[in-house]
Ligand binder design. Structure first.
Ligand code: 5GP
Ligand code: ZN
Length: 138
């Protein structure tokens, strides 16, 4: 289903023009208008899913393969040596457009570190307790 009020539904379905890298029956891949690095792309499903929890099996089974394909093409053509697949869910996680999208961010030698965190510390008992909490929600 599409949502007429959703900008990514409109871009994905070609109503609003975009710098398109790839298109098939399910997805349009466009360049991000505020790129974190040269070539930063967004994989947009043509149907509206608000986040990863909302995706159906068809889209979920295809999106990661497409991410790998786009990343490989970037390595061949842009001279990046790696790429990050980033996907934000919820405002607290940095999601700003509530139509599922997978970022493909090319990474260049000597480029800025963009996806990183400082490792914390947790005792084994604490990890077991947290694992139990999460399991209860599955
Ligand atoms: P999020 O923060 O939701 O994971 O990522 C949203 C991304 O979409 C941002 O990187 C932002 O630059 C990009 N973006 C938002 N609106 C548009 C648009 O209209 N066109 C394009 N090409 N990118 C957009
Ligand atoms: Zn949408």
């Amino acid at each position: 289903m599409r949502d007429e009020n959703c900008i990514f539904c409109r871009i994905a379905n070609g109503e609003i023009p975009s710098a398109t890298v790839y298109e098939d029956e399910w997805f349009r891949v466009i360049l991000d208008m505020g790129p974190a690095s040269k070539g930063h792309a967004l994989i947009l499903p043509k149907e509206h899913f608000k986040d990863v929890c909302d995706l159906d099996e068809v889209y979920a089974s295809k999106v990661l393969l497409l991410g790998g394909r786009i990343g490989s093409a970037m390595k061949k053509t842009l001279g990046c040596t790696g790429f990050n697949l980033v996907q934000n869910n919820g405002e607290s996680a940095g999601q700003t457009v509530f139509h599922f999208h997978l970022h493909v961010i090319p990474r260049y030698e000597d480029g800025e570190v963009m996806v990183a965190w400082r490792p914390g510390h947790a005792e084994a008992e604490e990890l077991k307790e947290i694992a139990k909490q999460i399991k209860a929600g599955l």
